[in-house]
Design a protein around this ligand. Structure first.
Ligand code: K7E
Ligand code: CUA
Length: 641
C-alpha cells in the first residue's frame, strides 16, 4: 500500500471535513470559547451545554476483532505505562496496549490500602504533607534508554521530587527543592543516572521571607540539578522568567526549559503580553564549572550553590526566542532536535541541538538554532516520536493529534514560501482537549513507533455519567502504519498529566518483597537497638523513651501473637514481619477503632505508630484475603487504664 504522504494528507483532511456535524458543532463551541481569551484556554471550564453537545459521538474506535490493541485474558502486555496520577498525588502503572490499570503507587498521597502516609517510613518521607500534584513521570536512563532502576516524579504543590524504586515499585526517597514553588517540568539526564532537572514554574522573590513581595521585577525561578543517585540537590540556576516543561539532550551537555512568562507578569494578561517567549538552554558543563569555581551565591537558609543567571545570555544559559507562551519541549530519539510546542502559537519550533554550541560561542544568534517551525494546529502542547522521522504533537484547542514529518518541516522552513513541502501528514481527532501525548519508548533512542497515547483532559459524554467530576479520557492510537488509527478509550481518574511507555523487557520488579531498600535499613537499625530478630521474634519491648515496640510476625492464617497488653495513652509501634515467602501472599495489620491499617507483602516488614485508646479489648486483624481462615487471622489488644 504505497501511498504518497501528500495524498494521505488530503484524504485525511477531506475525511475530517465531512465529519459528523455533531462533533463539529461541539468542537466549534469549544474553539470559540478557547479563542475568546487566554482564560478559556487555561480553564476550559466551559463545557458545551447545547443540544448538539449531548448527541452521541460517532463510533470511531476500531472494532475489537480487528483491533491490534486487544489483549486476550491471560495475555501479557508488551509495555509498562507509567502514568502520573495528577491531583491524586500518585503514580499508576498501566499495561499497554490493553490500557488495563495494573497498579497504583502512592507517592504524595495517603493510601488506605497500603498505609502509605501513615506507616513510619512513609510518614518520615512525607513530613506531614498529605497531598500532592504529580505531573511528570520519567525513568532513569543509561546510554539513551531506560535502565529500569528508578521512576522520578514531581510534586508541583509542594515543590518536591520523589523516586520510586522499580525493584519494589515503592517510593524510596522524597526531597524538597529549595528556593522553589510550582516544581513542574522534570527530566533526568539520558546518558546515565546523572542529574534530574527540576523546573520551578512560579516566580517568587529569590529569598522568600516576606521581602520583595510587591516587587515582581525581582522575582525569579529555579532550574535545579538533583543527583538522581543520591537524591541530593547539587546546584540551581536562578532565572528571571518562569520555567515550565523540561527536557535533556542525549549527551549530557544541555537541559532545556520552556518559559511562557518572559514578561515577568503576575496576572494572566501580563503573562500573555509578549508575542515572543523563550526556550532556555542550560549549558551543564559551564554551570558545573561555576559551582566548582564558587561563582555562586546562596539564598536565605539554603546552602545550595545558586548561579545567578538573570537578565542576559551567559555561559550558563541561552534564550532561544520562540513564539508566544510555549509549553512542551521534547527531544527527538536521534538526539538532534528539541521540539518546543507553541501553545498560544499554532507552531512547533524545532531547535537543532548540535548548533547550540555555536550559539553559546556567539558565532550565530540563538534564533538561528531554530531550523523549522511547522504550523500544526491551535494549541500545540507536547510532542512524541516514532523513531521513523515523524513527530506527533498534541493539539489542545483543536482536539487533534497532528502527525508531521521532521525533515519535511526543515525543508519547508528553508523554502521560498516557507510552506513547501507540506510537513503535515495527518490530523486525527481525539476526545477531547488533549494535553500530553507520548509514544512507546518515545523518550529514548529506541522509539519504536508502535503506540501513541493521547491524554485527553475532557471526556464529556464519552462514558456513563458519574456526576459533576468526569473522568479523563486516555486514548490509544496505533502508529505502526502510515496512518494513525484510534484503537482504545480508557477512562482515568483525574488527572494523569503525562505518561511514558516502556518496553516490558526493561522492567524487572521482584515478586517477593526485596529487603534492600532504605525502608529495611530503618527496620534493621531498630531491631538491632532492641536486640530483636525481625524475621522470627514476637516481642513487646518497652523502651526507655516510653515507646512500646511490638515486634510481630505473620504466617497465614496466624499472627505470631494472639494478644498483647498495653496501657491507655501509651505510644505503640507495631512492627510486623510477614514470614510468608510466597508470591502474592500479602497480609496486613488493622487495629479496630485506632485508624491503623497497613500492608505487609510477602517477605516484608512494615510498621505504624499510634496511641492506645481507652481501656478495653480491641481486635486486630489481617485486612488482606490471604487464606481460607483469613477472617480468623486476628488477635486481641488489651488496653488497661
Ligand atoms: Cu502539559 Cu503539567 Cu506536563 Cu499537564 S503539563 S498537559
Ligand atoms: Cu492474612 Cu488475611
Amino acid at each position: 500500500m504505497k501511498q504518497s504522504k501528500s495524498k494521505l494528507h488530503t484524504q485525511n483532511l477531506s475525511q475530517s471535513e465531512t465529519r459528523d456535524e455533531v462533533i463539529k458543532g461541539r468542537r466549534d463551541f469549544i474553539n470559540s470559547m478557547a479563542l475568546v481569551g487566554g482564560s478559556a484556554l487555561i480553564g476550559v471550564g466551559c463545557r458545551p451545554n447545547s443540544k448538539e453537545a449531548d448527541a452521541p459521538p460517532l463510533p470511531k474506535v476500531e472494532d475489537q476483532h480487528i483491533n491490534s490493541a486487544h489483549i486476550k485474558p491471560g495475555q501479557l502486555d508488551d509495555y509498562y505505562g507509567f502514568w502520573s496520577g495528577g491531583q491524586s498525588g500518585e503514580i499508576r502503572i498501566l499495561g499497554v496496549p490493553s490500557m488495563r490499570e495494573l497498579k497504583r503507587i502512592p507517592v504524595f498521597n495517603r493510601c488506605s490500602a497500603t498505609g502509605w502516609g501513615a506507616t513510619d517510613f512513609s510518614k518520615a518521607l512525607l513530613d506531614g504533607k498529605m497531598s500532592g500534584d504529580t505531573h511528570h513521570v520519567h525513568l532513569s536512563y543509561k546510554n539513551g534508554t531506560y535502565d529500569g532502576r528508578y521512576v522520578f516524579v514531581n510534586d508541583k504543590a509542594s515543590a518536591r521530587l520523589a523516586r520510586v524504586n522499580c525493584d519494589t515499585m515503592e517510593v524510596d526517597r522524597i526531597i524538597s527543592i529549595p528556593n522553589s514553588q510550582g516544581t513542574h517540568g522534570i527530566f533526568p539526564q539520558r546518558h546515565k543516572t546523572g542529574y534530574v532537572f527540576c523546573n520551578a514554574e512560579f516566580r517568587t522573590p529569590p529569598i522568600n521571607d516576606g521581602r520583595d513581595m510587591n516587587t515582581p521585577s525581582r522575582y525569579g525561578s529555579m532550574h535545579t540539578a538533583v543527583d538522581g543517585e543520591t537524591m541530593q540537590v547539587k546546584w540551581q540556576v536562578l532565572i528571571e522568567g518562569n520555567l515550565d516543561l523540561c527536557a535533556t539532550d542525549y549527551e549530557g551537555k544541555y537541559s532545556f526549559a520552556t518559559c511562557y512568562n518572559s514578561e515577568g507578569g503576575v496576572t494572566l494578561e501580563q503573562m500573555m503580553g509578549a508575542d515572543q517567549d523563550h526556550l532556555y538552554v542550560f549549558n551543564i558543563k559551564n554551570c558545573e564549572r561555576a559551582v566548582a569555581e564558587k561563582k555562586t551565591i546562596t539564598l536565605g537558609d539554603s546552602q545550595i550553590p545558586v548561579i545567578d543567571a538573570r537578565g542576559k545570555d551567559s555561559p550558563y544559559v541561552m534564550r532561544v526566542p520562540v513564539p508566544k507562551s510555549p509549553h512542551g519541549v521534547n527531544v527527538s530519539p536521534d538526539g538532534k532536535y528539541a521540539m518546543c510546542a507553541g501553545k498560544l502559537s499554532p507552531t512547533v519550533s524545532v531547535i537543532k541541538i548540535d548548533i547550540l554550541a555555536a550559539a553559546f560561542a556567539k558565532k550565530i544568534s540563538p534564533r538561528d538554532c531554530v531550523v523549522a517551525e511547522p504550523e500544526v494546529g491551535l494549541g500545540p502542547l507536547h510532542t512524541a516520536f516514532d523513531g521513523k522521522g515523524n513527530a506527533y504533537t498534541s493539539i489542545f484547542i483543536d482536539s487533534v493529534m497532528t502527525k508531521w514529518n521532521i525533515d519535511k518541516a526543515i525543508t519547508a522552513y528553508k523554502s521560498s514560501d516557507g510552506k513547501t513541502p507540506n510537513p503535515i501528514v495527518q490530523k486525527l481527532d481525539v476526545h477531547y482537549q488533549v494535553g500530553h501525548t507520548n509514544a512507546s519508548m518515545s523518550e529514548t533512542k529506541d522509539a519504536d513507533g508502535r503506540w501513541l497515547i493521547a491524554l485527553c483532559k475532557f471526556s464529556k459524554d464519552r462514558y456513563l455519567n458519574v456526576g459533576p467530576l468526569h473522568n479523563e479520557n486516555d486514548q490509544l492510537i496505533d502508529i505502526s502504519g502510515d496512518e494513525m488509527k484510534m484503537m482504545h478509550d480508557g477512562p482515568t481518574f483525574p488527572e494523569p498529566h503525562d505518561c511514558v511507555i516502556v518496553a516490558k523487557d526493561l522492567i524487572h520488579p521482584s515478586k517477593i518483597q526485596s529487603r534492600r531498600t532504605p525502608r529495611f535499613r530503618m527496620y534493621e537499625a531498630w531491631a538491632k537497638e532492641d536486640g530483636v530478630n525481625l524475621m522470627k521474634d514476637n516481642k513487646v519491648i518497652r523502651r526507655k523513651d516510653g515507646v512500646v515496640r511490638i515486634y510481630m510476625t505473620s504466617r497465614a492464617p496466624n499472627f505470631g501473637m494472639r494478644d498483647f497488653k498495653v496501657k491507655t495513652g501509651e505510644t505503640l509501634q507495631i512492627i510486623l514481619t510477614n514470614q510468608d515467602n510466597v508470591e502474592d501472599l500479602s497480609h496486613g495489620f488493622c487495629v479496630s477503632l485506632h485508624d491503623v491499617n497497613f500492608l505487609v507483602n510477602a517477605n516484608d516488614t512494615n510498621s505504624m505508630t499510634f496511641k492506645a485508646g481507652k481501656p478495653g479489648v480491641y481486635w486486630y486483624y489481617c485486612p488482606w484475603f490471604c487464606h481460607a481462615l483469613h477472617l480468623e487471622m486476628r488477635g486481641r489488644m488489651f488496653v488497661e487504664g
